[in-house]
Design a protein around this ligand. Structure first.
Ligand code: NAD
Length: 300
C-alpha cells in the first residue's frame, strides 16, 4: 500500500505506518498543482486542515485512491460527499482532539474573564494595572454552549468543575444524558449567557449563525468564544459589536479566512485570539496519529 501524507503528522505515527509495511511519501508543503499530478499514484491520502481536497482533485483521484484520512475532526476542507460518490472512503479521527479543543475554549474563557493578555501586554510596557483589571470568576457565570456534540459536552463538563451553570442549544439534541445541562432555544441562550462558546460545524445552515442580530441579543457584559470553525460568526458584525460595546469581549481560535488577511479585529483591546490551536496539543496530536495508524491498518 502506498500512502501520501500531505500535512504534518507526528513522527511516531509516520514510523507506525512504515512499521506496517506501508510505503509512505511525506510532502507536507505540497500545493494543489503538484498534488493533482501525483494523487492518482497513491492508495491513500492523509491530510489535516491545510490541504484542500475538492471535486477537481477527487475526479483525478477516483479509481486509484481508495481512502482519504482527515487527521482531525472537521471535514470542511474535503468534498467528502462527492468523494464517497466516486468510491473514495473519507475517514476522520473525531475523538482524538476533543479534550484539547475543550481545554482551549476554557483557557480563552479564563483569559477573557481575568484579562490575562491585557495584563501581560501592560506589564511588558512597564505598567502595573492591578486596579483596572478586576475580573470575574468562571464559577459565577452561566456558560451557553452552542453545539452539544463531543467538544461541546466536554467543555460543559470542564466549566462545571469551576462551578459554572451550563445551558445549551443544539437543534439535533434533546437532552444530554447524565448531566444537568438545560437545553434552551437559541434566543434564550443568547440573552441569558455570560459566556457563549461555539462547538458546531460550519455548514450552509450554520454560516454566520452568530451575526448582527444575535450579537445584539447578547448581554453587554457577555463574552463570545469560538474554537469551532470560522464562518459560524460574521466577523464584520463581531467587530462592530466589540467596538460598540454590545458585548464585553471575544476570543477566536478559528477565522473565516486562515490566516486572516483582514486584521481589524486585532486592533481591538477586547479581542483575543489563537491561530487555530484547538488540536495543537502534543497529547491530541499523538492521539490523532495513533488513530490514523489504526485506520490505515484496517485497510491493509
Ligand atoms: P460533533 O459532531 O461531535 O458535534 C457538533 C454538534 O453541533 C452536534 O451535536 C450537532 O448536532 C451540532 N449542530 C449542528 N448544527 C447545529 C446548529 N445549527 N446549531 C447548534 N448546534 C448544531 O463535533 P465535535 O467533535 O464536537 O466538533 C465541534 C466543532 O469543533 C467542529 O466544527 C469541528 O470542526 C471543530 N473543531 C475545531 C478544532 C480546532 O482546532 N479549533 C479542532 C477539532 C474540531
Amino acid at each position: 500500500m502506498k500512502v501520501l501524507i500531505c500535512d504534518a503528522l507526528a513522527k511516531d505515527s509516520v514510523d507506525g505506518l512504515k512499521g506496517l509495511g506501508v510505503e509512505v511519501v511525506e510532502n507536507t508543503s505540497i500545493e494543489k498543482e503538484e498534488l493533482a499530478g501525483i494523487i492518482a499514484d497513491f492508495d491513500g491520502v492523509i491530510v489535516r486542515s491545510r490541504t484542500k481536497i475538492r471535486k477537481d482533485l477527487i475526479d483525478i483521484a477516483a479509481g486509484s485512491v481508495k481512502f482519504i484520512i482527515r487527521a482531525g475532526v472537521g471535514l470542511d476542507n474535503i468534498d467528502a460527499e462527492y468523494a464517497r460518490e466516486k468510491g473514495i472512503e473519507v475517514i476522520n479521527t473525531p475523538e482524538a482532539s476533543t479534550n484539547g479543543v475543550a481545554e482551549l475554549a476554557v483557557a480563552h474563557m479564563l483569559a477573557l474573564l481575568r484579562h490575562i493578555p491585557k495584563a501581560t501586554a501592560s506589564m511588558k510596557e512597564g505598567k502595573w494595572p492591578k486596579k483596572e483589571l478586576k475580573g470575574n470568576e468562571l464559577g459565577s457565570c452561566t456558560v451557553g454552549i452552542i453545539g452539544l456534540g463531543r467538544i461541546g459536552r466536554r467543555t460543559a463538563q470542564l466549566v462545571k468543575c469551576f462551578g459554572a451553570s451550563v445551558i445549551g442549544y443544539d437543534p439535533y439534541v434533546e437532552e444530554v444524558q447524565g448531566t444537568d445541562i438545560k437545553i434552551v432555544d437559541l434566543d434564550e441562550l443568547l440573552t441569558s449567557s455570560d459566556i457563549i462558546s461555539l462547538h458546531l460545524p460550519h455548514t450552509d445552515e450554520t454560516h454566520h449563525l452568530i451575526g448582527r442580530k444575535e450579537l445584539g441579543k447578547m448581554k453587554n457584559t457577555s463574552y463570545l468564544v469560538n474554537c469551532a470553525r470560522g464562518g459560524v460568526i460574521d466577523e464584520n458584525a463581531l467587530y462592530n459589536a466589540l467596538k460598540g460595546g454590545e458585548i464585553r469581549g471575544a476570543a477566536l481560535d478559528v477565522f473565516e479566512e486562515e490566516p486572516p488577511t483582514d486584521l481589524k479585529l486585532m486592533e481591538l483591546d477586547n479581542f483575543i485570539c489563537t491561530p487555530h490551536l484547538g488540536a495543537q496539543a502534543v497529547e491530541s496530536s499523538n492521539r490523532v496519529g495513533e488513530e490514523v495508524v489504526k485506520k490505515v491498518k484496517s485497510k491493509l
